[in-house]
Design a protein around this ligand. Structure first.
Ligand code: SF4
Length: 188
């Protein structure tokens, strides 16, 4: 009985089951030789979903010693058949990149310098600015007297680092403030 790469990865996850399979006559030698140099050898495989857009491509996430060591497309998933676009292919860096920002950065009006701020300061500042702008510009009715309840002087640009669920919550929050101008990088 031959074992495909995909099948062998599943067997790796099964751990001691491999020993039992060899006793049943399954020849694991070719697959074991292939896997010996693989970076995912000994890793646990978890099926997940790319969060970046509504295609929702399945991913295989390999975890070793509590750390993500590899993310790739899931060949068994019928929609994408193992394919990932550039954003999905770079998914691992979302968790592991040394360039990943973990604290808010603020650039004051007119300044070229980014300054690290704590979350409380940042959230209070954003809330204050949105509230002041809304108080100033909120439109109850348009020129024809039709009720519109909108705020046109605030624009929101989402990030591709937001998951679908975060985008849904952000969208509802923006709508509740009357904000009508918004976009999101993940749909590009
Ligand atoms: S961003 Fe790319 S990989 Fe991720 S779900 Fe959308 S199409 Fe798939």
């Amino acid at each position: 009985m031959s074992v495909s790469r995909r099948g062998f990865i599943k067997l790796l996850g099964a751990g001691t089951a491999c020993l039992g399979l060899s006793k049943l006559g399954v020849d694991l030698a070719p697959a074991q030789a292939y896997a010996a140099g693989m970076k995912i050898e000994g890793a646990r495989e978890v099926i997940s979903i790319c969060p970046f857009c509504s295609c929702g491509c399945n991913t295989l996430v390999h975890v070793k010693d509590g750390r993500i060591i590899n993310v790739e497309g899931d060949p068994d998933y019928p929609i994408s058949a193992g394919g990932l676009c550039a954003k999905g292919a770079a998914l691992k860096s979302l968790h592991t990149s040394s360039e990943r920002l973990t604290r808010p950065l603020y650039r004051a009006p007119g300044s070229a310098k980014w300054v690290e701020k704590d979350w409380n300061w940042m959230l209070d500042t954003i809330a204050r600015k949105v509230k002041d702008q809304r108080d100033k510009d909120f439109t109850l009715k348009n020129a024809d007297g039709v009720e519109v309840n909108r705020l046109e002087s605030v624009f929101s640009l989402g990030s591709s680092q937001m998951s679908n669920e975060e985008c849904a919550v952000a969208h509802q929050s923006l709508r509740s403030l009357g904000i009508v101008h918004m976009d999101h990088q993940a749909r590009v």
